[in-house]
Design a protein around this ligand. Sequence first.
Ligand code: GRF
Length: 205
Amino acid sequence: MNIAIFASGRGSNVQAILNAIDTGVLPARIAVLISNNSHVGAIEIARAHKIQTSHLSQKMFPSEEALSEAMLNVLSLQKAELLVLAGYMKKIPLKVIRRYRNRIVNIHPALLPLFGGAGMYGHFVHEAVIASGMKVSGATVHLVDEEYDRGPIVMQKTVNIEHNDTPELLAAKVLQVEHEIYPFALKAFAEGKIKIEGRKAWIMS
Ligand code: GRF
């Protein structure tokens, strides 16, 4: 399975996916890493692994249409079969969402449909979770559709929230779970084990 990763930041999930590929756990190859930032950890990790990178930002194009075309060109040139968002901070253009329907996945650092949507990223998520008094949080792998953070949920894993957890501690616990479940969910895509019915998705055993 040819994966195109979209990332904007540190790249720890990119690293986790690469580890899973390198150890033979995930039968896939990263065909390209697309980023809206040219100097971020994710790009460095990709370059160190000789993975093709592509810097595509709205600032470089006169319209969303032009950005979409550029993305679609890169994706088709690299024969991408699955688009994997790993800390990608921009919206995927509608045209790309429609072209790759049910073939775009994201990981979110909370239990969707809670704590998702506009403004819910990075430390804001974990601050909101702690403030809510919830006793569990976790990570969610979901399909990306037109509704931000609302596409069908593929996989979730919880972590317990202890009374002395800070947003930073919770973020670290959730990140560890992300690194575990993202490669696992991607493996299910590679093996054709994802079943999608309307608003629901499952990993078939
Ligand atoms: C992760 O917490 C992920 O859930 C969210 O963005 C963060 C990316 O972290 N979508 P990294 O760049 O993979 O380290």
